[in-house]
Design a protein around this ligand. Sequence first.
Ligand SMILES: Cc1cc2nc3c(=O)[nH]c(=O)nc-3n(C[C@H](O)[C@H](O)[C@H](O)COP(=O)(O)OP(=O)(O)OC[C@H]3O[C@@H](n4cnc5c(N)ncnc54)[C@H](O)[C@@H]3O)c2cc1C
Length: 195
Amino acid sequence: MFPKILLLHFVDEELEDDPVKLKQFVMSKLEDIPNEMKSVVEKTQLDAILLSPLKYRRPWELLWGNISKGNVCVAGDALHPMTPELGQGGCAALEDGVVLARCIAEALLKPGGEETNGKIVDEEEEYRRIEIGLKIFAQKRRWRSIDLISTAYMVGYIQQNNGTIINFLRDNFLSRFLPGMLLRKGDFDCGKLKY
Ligand SMILES: Cc1cc2nc3c(=O)[nH]c(=O)nc-3n(C[C@H](O)[C@H](O)[C@H](O)COP(=O)(O)OP(=O)(O)OC[C@H]3O[C@@H](n4cnc5c(N)ncnc54)[C@H](O)[C@@H]3O)c2cc1C
């Protein structure tokens, strides 16, 4: 079976529509890696090379942007698209899923007073409760999302920087702390599903 290559980084526009040049571009980045890995890329067929733009949301957009509106919300990559340095996009999407399910369940199952007797009886009430559940979801995920997006960006900036000062700081100082910091970002308890 031939592998697929997914390029996520920004490349020159002239490369975008030319798979031959794209493949050459990938090969040019593989100088120092083992031959076995190079041969995987060499054997990749041209139509299996995919180019996808790297999306990133500025953290401050999450400060004042809407995460939910009415009975609709964003979650996963739609909420916190981030650069790939942390490898946490999928994990954070799962966290969103757990928190979202809990918030909706809590909103829908809470006692509704005498007239509803704990059950949802009309659409309007259901809409209102979902809206509240989504607002709570947004509150709970806002800062976690900002934290992940900002950290991923900073780590990428430091790792890929070619400036003398950042290089010096990275190699002599930050390299001691960065790996631990990255691992700690994944160590997040989003709680359990109660229902
Ligand atoms: C190469 C690569 C490596 C990665 N490695 C890791 C890793 O090691 N660890 C990690 O945690 N994360 C990793 N990620 C990130 C992770 O894959 C994503 O963060 C995660 O998949 C986001 O999940 P999501 O459900 O939000 O979005 P997606 O997985 O993108 O799901 C969105 C779905 O919506 C569908 N869709 C889109 N538009 C419409 C529409 N109009 N109507 C109906 N359906 C639609 C899409 O087809 C897709 O199935 C990696 C990503 C890539 C690309």
